[in-house]
Write a protein that binds this ligand. Structure first.
Ligand code: CMC
Length: 385
């Protein structure tokens, strides 16, 4: 075999430029279009951050009002999407539900386009498609949780902003400002993270000149995996297993002896801590106080302290967001779909960036299978040697 330098997992490989966000592990910072994500989370509604990711600038008051008006127009769960969700078994994973819904939304929107070359769309059409998904996915996620709980659909309310309405459609009641703020913060922190696995998946699909919806459906599939978005869900499973802060040491002894990955820790890019964690941890702390749940803080800190001191591997965003979503009242299975609802903004910004200066993404592989052989030697009845 020739000596080829394989970059397994594309680790450390820079594949393209992006102006959407900058991850800097050395300074532990994450910028969306130049703005530190912590500043955005502290000051902006999620709709303004979506606008920033798509357009490159924060909106004027009028631009924000226009985006909000469009978002309200697409909020409702359409009959076809509801029917598609209702056809799925109740035991279907909510990520499968969201993936199906995104596909149905796309098929409905692109109906009538029968030349595959036209489906890629213009920049203006793709912006509208992005807003449509951004607006429609919260109803999908909220209805999914309600359906599993045997509850009726709660229809969207025009008098509420994105975060308030999302929580309203999920729980069917007004929630405290502390909860809205924490939720808004989580959406902003999850919105974008450069060439992560799901975004790269979306860009690969977009690079074939397939349509934006197909790229998003692929991205949702990539996000489902526990090494990526599925980790926030997995954190809660770990918390449930440990049960109490006192059990952390013995649980960790066993988990590490079994060579288990501790979900919510570690990151391909950040090796000295995830820049998003302090902001989400602060939101979690406010929720812990609001719901009077010091036990959650104790377990969180005990596992973090013990794991960091043993392995020097730090928490990623999924570590504080998992328990935060749990305190807000979301089912564990709903956590990764919430990540989808947030990351739809980053994905679509990247898809449009890919479309604007496209090159088909098609890497090479080094072959390490059998040497060339010929069909004459093939005997169907003989056992495989
Ligand atoms: N628990 C235990 N050991 C770990 C962990 C962990 N969470 N993360 C890394 N390690 C160890 C790993 O076993 C390996 O050890 P060794 O060199 O002895 O074999 C070493 O650290 C390097 O790990 P790696 O998996 O080769 O590093 P990577 O850069 O490929 O992994 C990661 C990054 C996120 C896949 C990994 O840290 C992981 O599996 N974490 C748990 C899942 C998780 O929380 N994922 C969410 C990522 S952040 C949100 C997102 O972007 O979606």
């Amino acid at each position: 075999m020739t000596d080829i330098d394989i970059k397994k997992g594309l680790a450390g490989v820079t594949v393209d430029y992006t102006a959407v966000s900058k991850v800097n592990p050395d300074t532990n910072s994450l910028l969306y279009r130049g703005y530190p994500v912590q500043e955005l989370a502290a000051t902006q509604p999620f709709e303004a951050v979506a606008y920033l990711l798509w357009h490159g600038e924060l909106p004027t008051a009028q631009q924000l009002a226009e985006l909000r008006a469009t978002e309200r127009r697409y909020r409702a769960l359409t009959d076809e999407v509801k029917q598609a969700i209702d056809l799925l078994p109740l035991g279907a994973h909510p990520m499968d539900e969201v993936r199906t819904a995104a596909s149905v939304i796309g098929a409905a929107d692109l109906a009538g386009i029968d030349n595959v070359m036209d489906a890629v769309g213009t920049p203006e059409e793709n912006l509208q498609r992005s807003i449509r998904l951004f607006a429609a996915l919260p109803a999908v996620v909220a209805y999914g949780q309600r359906r599993r709980r045997g509850q009726e659909l709660v229809v969207a309310r025009d008098d509420l902003n994105y975060a308030e309405n999302f929580l309203w459609m999920t729980f069917g009641e007004d929630v405290d400002e502390v909860v809205v703020d924490a939720f808004n913060t989580s959406m902003i922190l999850y919105a974008e993270h450069s060439f992560n696995a799901s975004t790269f998946t979306a860009r690969v699909i977009a690079s074939t000149l397939s349509d934006l919806y197909s790229a998003v459906v692929g991205a949702i599939g990539a996000l489902k995996g526990p090494l990526h978005g599925g980790a926030n869900e997995a954190v809660l499973h770990i918390f449930d297993e440990i049960g109490d802060a006192w059990n952390v040491n013995s649980w960790l002894d066993e988990a590490l002896a079994a060579k288990r990955k501790i979900m919510g820790f570690g990151h391909r890019v950040y090796k000295r801590g995830d820049s998003r964690v302090p902001t989400m941890k602060a939101a979690l702390d406010r929720l812990v106080d609001h719901y009077d749940r010091p036990d959650v803080r104790a377990l969180y800190s005990a596992l973090e302290n013990e794991f960091v001191s043993r392995k020097g591997i730090y928490p990623n965003l999924d570590y504080p967001s998992g328990p935060a979503y749990n305190l807000m009242g979301f089912d564990t299975l709903t956590f990764t779909p919430l990540f989808v609802a947030a990351r739809i903004t980053g994905w679509t910004a990247h898809i449009m960036e890919q479309q604007a200066s496209n090159a088909l993404i098609r890497p090479l592989s080094a072959y390490n299978g059998p040497d060339e052989r010929h069909i004459e030697g093939y005997v169907p009845d003989a056992a495989n040697a």
